[in-house]
Design a protein around this ligand. Structure first.
Ligand code: F0G
Length: 351
C-alpha cells in the first residue's frame, strides 16, 4: 500500500528510523496528458499536467508539510507557525492535527480563498488575520519563531523544500526521463526551488538524461523577480501568489539560470483564460494561481520560446474547489431556474 512520500522516497530524504512519519498519504499525484489543450492552443508538443490539487489538503503544500511536521515532531516541538495565502495554512493545520501539535497561522485579512480558510478552521488552527499582506506576515512569523518555542513551517524551512522536491522524482518516474520544459507558478518561489532540486538530484543519479528548462510565472501585479525589485503592494486575482518579496528569490534565479529557463509573468486576464480553458477542455479544475503555469505555456508559445515536438509539464498547484468564489465569478455558466415540471425543463434544454 502507498504510504506517503517519506516512505516512498526515504533514501533521498533527511529522515531516519527515529523520525516519526506524520503522513496523510500525500504525493503520488497523477500526471495527465492534455491532448485537448495542446490541440486547442495549436502547440505541437506533449503537454502533461501534474495535478497537485489531488493531495490530501488539495495542494502541493502537503509534500513539504509531511516533512516539516515530521521533523518538528522528531525535534520535540509542540507547535508550528506559518504565514500563508491559504494553502500552506491548510496543510500546516492538517499535519499538525495529525501530529497532535498546535498550529498558528497568519493570513492576510480578506485575501484568502474561502475553501482554504474553512480548512484551517476545521483542522483546528489558531487563525490570526493581519491587516497586511503575505510578505509582512512572513516577516512576523520568522521573528516569532526566533523568540518562542514554535517551529516555522514556511518554505524557508529546508525540510519543506526536501518534501516538495519529490514532485520532480514522480515526474521523471512517470515519463521515464525529465521533461524538456517545466512550467510552474511562482509566488514565494519555494516550489520552483524544490522542483529544480529534485531534478538536479535525479540527474546526478543518472535517473534522467537532462535537466528541464525551468519556466516560472509570477502574476503581473506581483512580479518581483521579473521586475527585479520588491513589490510593496502586490495585487492579483490569484491570491495564492499575491507575494511581493519571494523568500526563495535567489534560488529561483539559480534554477532559471542553470536550466536555461525563464521567469516571466502572466496577467490576471491570461490566468482567468487558462483557468477556464483547463476546466472546459481537460475536465480539470485548478485554482487560479495554479493556472499561471498553463497561462505561461500560452505566453511562451506566443513568444516563440517553445520548440516543437517537446515534452512539457505544467504543475497545477492547487484544487479549484478551494476558491468557489472565483469559479462562480469568472465562469460564464448561468444557472437556469425552472419549476419542477418536465415540459419546462425540456424547453430550457432547447430540444
Ligand atoms: N500555487 C498555489 C496554489 C499556491 O498556494 C502557492 C503558494 C503557489 C502556487 C506558489 O508557490 O510560493 O512555492 O512559489 N502558496 C503559499 C501559501 C504562499 O501560503 O499557501 P511558491
Amino acid at each position: 500500500m502507498y504510504q506517503g512520500l517519506i516512505n516512498k522516497y526515504r533514501e533521498f530524504l533527511p529522515v531516519s528510523d527515529k523520525t516519526p512519519v506524520i503522513t496523510l498519504n500525500e504525493g503520488n499525484t497523477p500526471l495527465i496528458k492534455a491532448e485537448n489543450l495542446a490541440k486547442k492552443i495549436g502547440l505541437n508538443c506533449e503537454i502533461y499536467l501534474k495535478y497537485e490539487g489531488l493531495n490530501p489538503t488539495g495542494s502541493f503544500k502537503d509534500r513539504g508539510m509531511t516533512m516539516a511536521v515530521s521533523k518538528a515532531k522528531e525535534d520535540g516541538s509542540q507547535a508550528v507557525i506559518c504565514a500563508s495565502t491559504g494553502n500552506t495554512s491548510a496543510a500546516a493545520a492538517a499535519y499538525a492535527a495529525k501530529a497532535g501539535m498546535r498550529a498558528y497561522v497568519l493570513i492576510p485579512d480578506g485575501y484568502i480563498a474561502l475553501g482554504k480558510l474553512s480548512q484551517a478552521m476545521m483542522y483546528g488552527a489558531e487563525i490570526i488575520a493581519i491587516k497586511g499582506n503575505f510578505d509582512e506576515a512572513l516577516e512576523m512569523v520568522i521573528e516569532i519563531s526566533k523568540n518562542y518555542p514554535i517551529t516555522l513551517v514556511n518554505s524557508v524551512n529546508p525540510f519543506r523544500i526536501e518534501g516538495q522536491k519529490t514532485g520532480a522524482f514522480e515526474i521523471i518516474e512517470a515519463l521515464g526521463d525529465a521533461p524538456d520544459y517545466h512550467f510552474i507558478p511562482v509566488g514565494n518561489a519555494g516550489n520552483i526551488t524544490a522542483y529544480f532540486k529534485g531534478y538536479e538530484e535525479f540527474y546526478a543519479l543518472k535517473k534522467s538524461s537532462h535537466l528541464p528548462k525551468m519556466m516560472g510565472f509570477e502574476a503581473e501585479g506581483a512580479a518581483a523577480i521579473v521586475k527585479g525589485e520588491r513589490i510593496y503592494k502586490p495585487e492579483t486575482i490569484a491570491t495564492a501568489i499575491r507575494i511581493g518579496n519571494p523568500a526563495s528569490w535567489k534560488q529561483a534565479e539559480r534554477a532559471r539560470d542553470l536550466s536555461k529557463g525563464i521567469i516571466n509573468y502572466v496577467t490576471d486576464d491570461e490566468i482567468i483564460y487558462a483557468y477556464k480553458l483547463l476546466a472546459s477542455t481537460e475536465g480539470i479544475f485548478a485554482e487560479p494561481a495554479s493556472c499561471a503555469s498553463v497561462a505561461g505555456v500560452i505566453k511562451a508559445q506566443k513568444l516563440g520560446l517553445i520548440e516543437e515536438n517537446k515534452k512539457l509539464v505544467c504543475i497545477l498547484t492547487g484544487n479549484g474547489l478551494k476558491d468557489p468564489d472565483s469559479a462562480i465569478k469568472y465562469s460564464q455558466s448561468e444557472v437556469k431556474k425552472t419549476d419542477a415540471k418536465l415540459d419546462e425543463i425540456i424547453k430550457v434544454m432547447k430540444f
